[in-house]
Design a protein around this ligand. Structure first.
Ligand SMILES: [Ca+2]
Ligand SMILES: [Ca+2]
Ligand SMILES: [Ca+2]
Length: 173
């Protein structure tokens, strides 16, 4: 609320009256995010329970008209927790690049007007790969039958590992 005090002066007679004008705020601004879409990069090794990002919105109104409440409108809520007061996004489950490379969160900001004004922001969480998997072979044991007359350095078999790691060859020496 702003208050203005107006006086009417006359150099010959004292002021007759004063007028106080109280200007009351109305909820004429909605919460605004800096950008409508934000991409962040998070390693899949990020610690569960850590804050990976904080969404922030601002509202030019005063009091409750400018107070902001954040909500996760869409997205894997089992993975991410949004603090309604601060906008901090906390990791609830470990990320896994090999399963999901990107998470999309739709975050809403709402003021406390009646009715409230709202706006949305999309947060794209790009999961970054970490070397967290050892190569695995398709078979645990490979059985081979070879002739004893087989020349040295003959190619016997190629052991095929699962994708993302290199094959190994056995040769006779
Ligand atoms: Ca206002
Ligand atoms: Ca507002
Ligand atoms: Ca990985």
């Amino acid at each position: 609320m702003r208050k203005y005090l107006l006086g009417f002066l006359n150099f010959l007679i004292p002021p007759l009256f004063q007028v106080e004008i109280h200007i009351l705020d109305v909820n004429d601004h909605r919460p605004e995010f800096e950008v409508p879409t934000r991409s962040i990069w998070v390693a899949e090794s990020a610690e569960v329970g850590s804050v990976i990002y904080g969404v922030r919105a601002s509202d030019e109104d005063s009091g409750d008209f400018g107070r902001i409440d954040y909500r996760l409108l869409q997205g894997p809520s089992a993975h991410f927790q949004l603090d309604p007061k601060t906008g901090d996004i906390r990791l609830l489950q470990a990320l896994d690049y090999e399963k999901v490379k990107r998470h999309r969160l739709l975050v809403g900001a709402s003021d406390f007007g009646l009715p409230p004004k709202t706006s949305n922001c999309t947060v794209l969480i790009e999961v970054q790969d970490v070397n967290d998997n050892s190569p695995k072979f398709r078979e645990k044991v490979y059985h081979l039958t070879v002739l004893e007359s087989l020349p040295l350095n003959s190619h016997l078999v190629e052991v095929s590992p699962l994708p993302a790691s290199r094959g190994l060859c056995f040769e006779v020496n």
